[in-house]
Design a binder for this molecule. Structure first.
Ligand SMILES: [Zn+2]
Length: 243
């Protein structure tokens, strides 16, 4: 809402990948609550299964919870069946946890397998989602460096809604090596959300930015399929108990 010339505001959607994490996500939630800013969390299924309480807290705070992956594997290395099983496992779990029907899907590293990932998204009525600005928090950068880069990027495209990529855990192996916790990301969130030049809202952009599309180039990991079979079996058993 811009009221006079010279005080233009920039719409920004904050997004976090790789949670839920009992410490990381809660620290981010706390930082967002200071200015009552709502964000989108792309969750890692295996983590959500281990920490359903953190998913509930995220929802209770009014944030959006959307699927990232069950296993953090590049779609370039998965079979079409494994990609389908992986997203279905997350969707089944999110349903079980009472998460409102997801609309978006951000794949690990924004990798899409040619001819496969887009079809899988379409079949499940999910919009593939990238980002317009990468915070690079996974690389162990300081809040000051990231803040300088992000604000510079935001100034480059005033008026256009932006989608900022961040991470509420450091569980992904490359991140684990470069940062010990989410402290710098928390500080980045504090600085950005205190800045009156920005208006924080839902995902409106970046749906096709940041995504990389390639053909398959590796062996399929069988784990996602096993997980899906188990979730289906558990759901069936629960249904039987109810009757
Ligand atoms: Zn990720």
């Amino acid at each position: 809402m811009s009221s006079a010339a010279g005080d233009a505001t920039q719409a920004v959607a904050l997004s976090f990948d790789d949670g839920p994490h009992p410490e990381g996500t809660r620290r981010i939630l706390e930082a967002l609550a200071v200015h009552d800013v709502k964000a989108t969390f792309f969750v890692w299924g295996a983590q959500a299964q281990a920490h359903p309480d953190v998913v509930s807290e995220t929802l209770a705070e009014g944030h959006s919870v959307q699927p990232h992956c069950w296993e953090h594997t590049s779609h370039f290395q998965m079979s079409a069946a494994a990609i389908g099983a992986d997203i279905d496992a997350v969707l089944a779990l999110l349903r079980e946890l009472g998460v409102p029907t997801p609309q978006f899907w951000r794949t690990p590293w924004g990798h899409l397998q040619s001819g496969v990932t887009r079809a899988a998204a379409e079949q499940r009525a999910l919009a593939l989602t990238g980002w317009t600005i990468d915070s690079t928090d996974y690389a162990g950068n300081s809040a000051s460096e990231m803040h300088a880069n992000v604000t510079q990027e935001l100034e480059r495209g005033p008026g256009e809604p932006a989608t900022l990529l961040m991470h509420d855990s450091n569980l992904e192996p490359i991140q684990r090596r470069s940062r010990s916790d989410v402290g710098e990301t928390v500080e980045l969130v504090r600085r950005l959300t205190a800045d009156r030049r920005y208006v924080f809202g839902p995902l409106l952009s970046g749906l096709d930015d940041g995504l990389e599309e390639h053909p398959r180039s590796g062996p399929p990991p069988p784990l996602a399929r096993r997980v899906l079979r188990r979730l289906k079996r558990d759901a069936l058993a629960a249904r039987r108990r109810r009757h």
